[in-house]
Design a protein around this ligand. Structure first.
Ligand code: MG
Length: 371
């Protein structure tokens, strides 16, 4: 039962190269499956989300984070009668363009590209992966995804200026994306805000006292857990409280988006696209909680001295390898040397590095930079 404002797969603008329809999967389901079978998707397993394997084998990596975001997205999209297939596909693809070493790797890659008059952007990189780098099919380059999935890859987390990005003109940059795409940035936040509290606590980088005293929303639910389960282990009370935070943010996203849809009289995808602001979002109260959690994690986890060393290492590895291949392009794999005949060498090196897993880039660094 899709709502009128949901994307209907029969109305898709279609693929770049036309294909016969599939007997039992619709086009968005096929796109989801193509992403799951992509090499870049498998590599997410060995890309840092926040913690490297040095900390633990059971912390989130970019693949498990992606699976968690897909789970939250399916729930929210289903509750809003949106197109769950499209929303799930966009969740599964949302981190595909991330380089190794999490945000430290992304910052380092962007900085070095800026010194060459360009930049690195993970959404644009994800689009290049699905359009060009994935070579799986004899009939066409890339994954030949539907317009709505490619549009969502670009527009799920932010708006791009049409004047600055003429190459993205086909993606209707002056319009809002469908609600299925708008959800992803928010479900992503619900996912990592709660998961990073969990992993940070398990890594002993965040203490229970610190979390309780800094986050009133967590403190309230933790007190409730203590009253309901006075005799269970602290970690189980912690889990109950964190689950309640997770549920509160997710439920709020559903109810607040639903009331925005009703208030604004949104009935069709065209209405969604025409709105000046995004429709998916938290209520002011939940938004304040979200911001507070995020600020807490930045201050106490992402920028903590314990993780600073790994960030410096990430920067050193990215910069070292970039400089090496710039000096020695003949040490690049043959297909990248060929690409460098069409594109600038810094862009080719950037693409190569961005695709690497944490493990592979360290191996390359040791091989070429004697790290
Ligand atoms: Mg993410």
């Amino acid at each position: 039962m899709l709502a009128g404002y949901a994307v209907h797969v029969e109305q898709s603008r279609g693929r770049r190269f036309s294909e016969a329809s599939h007997p039992y999967r619709n086009d968005f389901q096929r796109d989801r499956d193509r992403i799951i079978h992509a090499r870049a998707f498998r590599r997410l397993e060995d890309k840092t989300q926040v913690f490297t394997r040095r900390y633990s084998d059971h912390f989130r990596n970019r693949l498990t984070h992606t699976i968690e975001v897909a789970q939250i997205t399916r729930t929210v999209a289903g509750a809003l009668n949106l197109n769950v297939d499209l929303a799930e596909t966009l969740a599964l693809v949302h981190d595909l363009g991330h380089p190794p070493f999490g945000h430290a790797g992304e910052k380092a890659l962007d900085a070095v590209m800026r010194s060459h008059g360009s930049f690195f952007d993970h959404n644009l990189h994800a689009l290049r992966i699905v359009e060009d780098f994935e070579q799986r099919y004899a009939a066409f380059p890339g994954l030949n995804l539907t317009f709505e999935v490619r549009e969502g890859i670009i527009k799920h987390s932010r708006d791009y200026d049409a004047a600055q990005h003429p190459e993205l003109a086909e993606y209707l940059l002056h319009q809002r994306p469908p609600i299925e795409a708008q959800l992803i940035d928010l479900t992503d936040e619900v996912g990592y805000n709660t998961a990073d509290i969990d992993d940070g606590y398990e890594a002993h980088l965040l203490t229970l006292e610190q979390i309780v005293s800094s986050l009133p929303i967590f403190a309230r639910f933790f007190r409730q857990a203590q009253e309901t389960y006075p005799h269970v282990a602290e970690k189980l009370k912690f889990n109950e409280a964190l689950k309640a935070v997770f549920n509160r943010l997710t439920s709020d996203l559903i109810t607040n988006t639903q009331s925005h849809i009703e208030r604004a009289g949104i009935n069709t995808v065209a209405d969604v696209r025409r709105e000046p602001e995004r429709i998916a979002g938290f209520s002011p109260e939940a938004e304040a909680d979200r911001k507070q959690i995020k600020a807490f994690l930045y201050e106490n986890l992402y920028y903590s001295p314990s993780l600073a060393e790994e960030k410096d290492e990430a920067e050193e590895v990215v910069n070292g390898l970039f400089a090496f291949w710039l000096e020695n392009p003949s040490a690049l794999p043959r297909n990248y040397q060929e690409k460098a005949e069409q594109e600038s060498l810094p862009r080719v090196i950037c693409d190569y590095i961005a695709g690497m897993t944490d493990h592979f880039i360290v191996e390359q660094y040791e091989k070429y930079c004697g790290g």
